[in-house]
Ligand binder design. Sequence first.
Ligand SMILES: [Mg+2]
Length: 380
Amino acid sequence: MKTMIKQIRSVIVDVPIKRPHQFSTEIVSTKSFVVIQVELENGLIGIGEGTTPGIWWNGESVETMQLVIERYLKPLLINQDPRNIEQLLQLFDRHVRANPFAKATVEMALFDVVGKIYNAPVHQLLGGLFQEAIDVKWALATGDADGDIAEAKELVSSKQYRDFKIKAGKYQPIDDAKRAIKIAEGLNGISTIGIDPNGSWDKLTAVRWMERLNDAGVDFLEQPLSPLDFEGAAKLVSMKKVPVMADESVATIQDAQRLVQEKAADIFSLKIHKSGGMRNTLKIAAIAESAGLVCFGGTSLESSIGSAASIHAFGTIRNLTYGCESFGPPWLADDLVKNPLKFKEGKVIIPSGAGLGVELDETKIEKYRRKKERVTNGVF
Ligand SMILES: [Mg+2]
């Protein structure tokens, strides 16, 4: 069987979102993706998708990903056997520093096509499922605490979602803390709420509000401090109040090792893109497991392509006990596949078809293909 890589194609698409996002200078109403296809000599095609929360998150964007893939990763892949994934990842790292989102996009397509070679779902290539469906936490974003409480109660009563998280960082840390407490108290006994300030809080505020956040029942505090402030995170963990989740501060296996050594996290938020793919994500989960820590499945708000890859990996991790936030597909107004991921009673179901188990919809790619250059900070 001729399984060498013959060609790689990439395209940038802008997909509409259901709830337009107001930034200081513009209203963003789309999410951008780079979609790639890795084609083998025998005609099999693997698909991969790259997207970021925005270039502010780690310095990559769909435009940088496409450039890195087309100019630097593609030449390393042509005429290679896609089944040698770990070897290829090492090749990427030796030729291209950083750029984990671009590398993860290619790794995703490699796993998809290898799954198709063996007619096996990606999760079987990764060790087999530990859970077949994963709890999904929905992000509340109505703009005020009362609206968020009402939305959460509605979603719980209609059995769509059971647990929630809120983004913070737009206002002063004290206002974020008060809002989180109000929502947590409003949902007490009905649901749980975590808060994610994306590293925007200062240590003094976080320490002083920790006890009240805990008393209100806040379920987790995600990356409250700068990703570089390991000492501050360790202080928060040592208080043994609200569990502290690392997100921006845990991207590489070395980050994970340092967080463990410095006791600077209770929970790791895993994201396949920030860590350069599924293989690295599993390694990070293993470091967490070695220290008795648990994991949460994070998202960069992917379509059903990237979300499928994420949950294939998450589903194989035994210490992923905090659920996930892979709600990209229902958050988007449209999808890029013919068979979008299924969500049922607060869970996302891991596909069982070969490879990623999702089939690219070429008509959607054509429909949303970027027509002209545009400038955006991205969303979320
Ligand atoms: Mg986060």
